[in-house]
Design a protein around this ligand. Structure first.
Ligand SMILES: *[C@@H]1O[C@H](CO)[C@@H](O)[C@H](O)[C@H]1NC(C)=O
Ligand SMILES: *[C@@H]1O[C@H](CO)[C@@H](O)[C@H](O)[C@H]1NC(C)=O
Length: 350
């Protein structure tokens, strides 16, 4: 089956484009019996209680009767509107030109369909745009102004200014600090604002080699991400200048027990964690490991090699048992299921 691999590569590719949202939905289409009563469950990275409450209202047995996908859209739209953590959604972290653009991804766990937008300008509804891409195109990802014109043509509001006083201020302070820190490398000037010029690039022997370099680059994008010194850091953006900015919400709504591949979708991917680690957690759970041990095992394996890495994984099994593990920071996630009175925020210490 080519599917899971495809999924992994997509996720990598999208992270490269610095996701503001990474949304995962699973729904087994009504096949599974195991663990029946424990679902639906809504989980989200970070203590974004309001987002989880809104999603729960949509998918809960006594709620609006929406699908898992609807719930994720509602929950994440809430976060975009509330600008959760000050960084998610319109008015959130600016790029180096001072502009805020949005990224979002959504997946239907049954069909494995994905829709995503990246670096979308002038439209405030990132997650709704992603769903429109999934529902109404054969594409996976639309970017920049092409995403904008698509979203507006499909009925979303725009064009609108995605800046806020806070995002402008953040950018102004960064400019005053000589544009430091930033994500440029092998360029001059060092330590001040651009324009930048490349240094130390291998000289090209002939015009013919340009194509060769291009081909290599295109083929190497995903592989490049797996190299030790390139831990999925978003590029060319102020977003991760403060590494402890959240910037991202990942939310999963699980409405039924799942099969083996859908386990994968229940791993919420954090910045700086690699897809292999997620696959490993799933494999471990399949072999009978508890979510806590599986998550811990994956994190420890990375930490042993790269003690400095900052990341977290979250795992949930077919019985609805969930756990997280992290390294380099204290990580929180939020959960709601039918026996809880309200959203529970769980803190995971490294
Ligand atoms: C909901 O989650 C709590 C704690 O995470 C757990 O104890 C409980 O069994 C779960 N409820 C269901 C119906 O699975
Ligand atoms: C996923 O897509 C299928 C086919 O279009 C649909 O029947 C199902 O309801 C979708 N799942 C969710 C959770 O929306």
């Amino acid at each position: 089956m080519g599917r899971p691999r495809c999924y992994a590569q997509l996720l990598l590719g999208l992270l490269l484009l610095r996701l503001s949202w990474c949304l995962v939905v699973a729904d087994d289409g009504g096949g599974a019996e195991e663990g029946g009563g424990v679902f639906p469950v809504v989980v989200s990275t970070w203590p974004f209680r309001e987002a989880v409450r809104v999603a729960w209202e949509v998918v809960s047995p006594s709620g609006a009767g929406g699908s898992a996908v609807d719930a994720v859209v509602a929950g994440c739209s809430a976060c975009e509107m509330l600008r959760c953590d000050g960084t998610v959604g319109p008015g959130g972290s600016p790029d180096e030109n001072g502009e805020t653009t949005l990224d979002a991804l959504i997946m239907n766990g049954t069909t494995m369909e994905i829709g995503a937008v990246a670096a979308m300008r002038y439209v405030k509804d990132g997650i709704k745009a992603a769903k429109l891409v999934m529902d109404h195109t054969e594409h996976t990802l639309l970017v920049g102004e092409k995403a904008t014109s698509f979203a507006i043509s499909m009925g979303l509001a725009g064009p609108a200014d995605l800046s806020s006083p806070e995002s402008i201020e953040k950018w102004t302070i960064w400019r005053q600090n000589q544009c430091q820190p930033n994500f440029w490398k092998n360029v001059i000037p060092v330590g001040s604002c651009g324009p930048y010029h490349p240094i130390g690039v291998p000289s090209e022997e002939s015009k013919g080699s340009v194509k060769h370099v291009l081909e290599q680059t295109q083929g190497g994008i995903c592989q490049g991400l797996l190299e030790p010194n390139n831990l999925l850091e978003p590029m060319n953006s102020l977003k991760s200048v403060d590494r402890h900015n959240h910037d991202t919400i990942s939310m999963a709504v699980i409405d039924k027990a799942m099969d083996q591949y859908q386990d994968l979708l229940h791993m919420l991917m954090m910045k700086l964690v690699r897809v292999e680690q997620l696959v490993m957690v799933v494999e471990s759970m399949r072999r009978g490991m508890e979510p806590r041990d599986a998550a811990m095992d994956a994190i420890l394996r990375i930490a042993r090699k790269y003690p400095e890495f900052v990341g977290a994984v979250f795992a949930i099994n077919k019985k609805g048992v969930h756990a997280g593990a992290c390294n380099g920071w204290t990580f929180q996630y939020s959960v709601r299921n039918s026996s809880m009175q309200d959203v529970e925020v769980i803190t995971v210490a490294p």
